[in-house]
Design a protein around this ligand. Structure first.
Ligand SMILES: Nc1ncnc2c1ncn2[C@@H]1O[C@H](COP(=O)(O)OP(=O)(O)OP(=O)(O)O)[C@@H](O)[C@H]1O
Length: 244
């Protein structure tokens, strides 16, 4: 079976600063993959190289069998991306933004279904600028799903969402996964990583310090809770303590 995303020995530096080094990732169709690590560990750089918005120094990337540098147009028909921040026209409403997004793609999902699924149907006529942080976050996920992508990139999935909204998002994503969607996500919340991810890669200063399942991550650490294991791999705890 062809992998959805195949990354081999990916490396990139910025003016001599190594951002990622020899990163390998293999994501099968229908898998939810978590790319984890502390701030500055190299997650965004890895994702941007996979999407072709940044050029790696060395290594190879294949996504849906395509090269992100040369097959850019075709790739973006089949890939959904959740943007964290975006500037939209001042008074554009949720419905209008969904329609504009829909019009960019040959085949698109019915955005009303997605608004309903993510609890925003009653906001269709509201200006995007008047949404709460959590509502905006959910809208960005919807925009990523409008192209009916085969694979979706979700960056800091539920940052800013309240407890109920987070669980609703998890449920919706689990449903989409059951329908075969492949998901690559980043998150700083280990509870959601545990619920959603089939496989994870933990980066530390640009290098892979763990690659495998949640159960394997726990088993290869001195801890029996995933969050403790994650902090041990990523050294976030050490850093926090240094700041006290
Ligand atoms: N455009 C850039 N120019 C120079 N250095 C950069 C650039 N982008 C990222 N870096 C550096 O590369 C390293 C990896 O950054 P990256 O944004 O990939 O990390 P991240 O894991 O996504 O972090 P966060 O969780 O904070 O988003 C960091 O040291 C960062 O300062």
């Amino acid at each position: 079976m062809q992998t959805t995303i195949e990354v081999e020995k990916l490396s990139k530096s910025y003016n001599g600063l190594v951002a990622i080094e020899n990163v390998n990732i293999s994501i099968s169709p229908g898998m939810v993959f978590g790319l984890l690590g502390a701030n500055g560990a190299g997650k965004s750089t890895t994702i941007e190289c996979i999407l072709g918005t940044k050029k790696q120094d060395s290594g190879t990337v294949s996504i849906l069998g395509m090269c992100p540098q040369t097959d850019r147009k075709k790739l973006f028909e089949e890939v959904g991306i959740q943007f964290q921040e975006a500037n939209y026209q001042d008074k554009i409403t949720v419905g209008e933004l969904c329609e504009v997004t829909q019009s960019l793609y040959k085949t698109a999902a019915d955005y009303h279904d997605l608004l309903k699924q993510f609890g925003l149907l009653d906001k269709t006529k509201s200006p995007v600028s008047e949404l709460s942080g959590g509502q905006r976050q959910r809208l960005f996920i919807i925009l990523a799903l409008i192209p009916k992508p085969k694979v979706v990139f979700l960056d800091e999935l539920t940052t800013g969402l309240d407890a109920k909204a987070r669980r609703d998002v998890w449920k919706s994503l689990s449903n989409l996964k059951e329908k075969g969607l492949t998901i690559l996500l980043t998150s700083h919340f280990m509870d959601e990583v545990e619920v959603l991810c089939d496989k994870i890669c933990i980066l530390k200063k640009g290098k892979t310090v763990f690659y495998g399942t949640i159960a394997e991550a726990i088993a290869s650490s001195p801890f029996d809770k995933f969050e403790d294991a994650y902090l041990w791999y990523s050294d976030e705890e050490e850093k926090e303590n240094e700041n006290i």
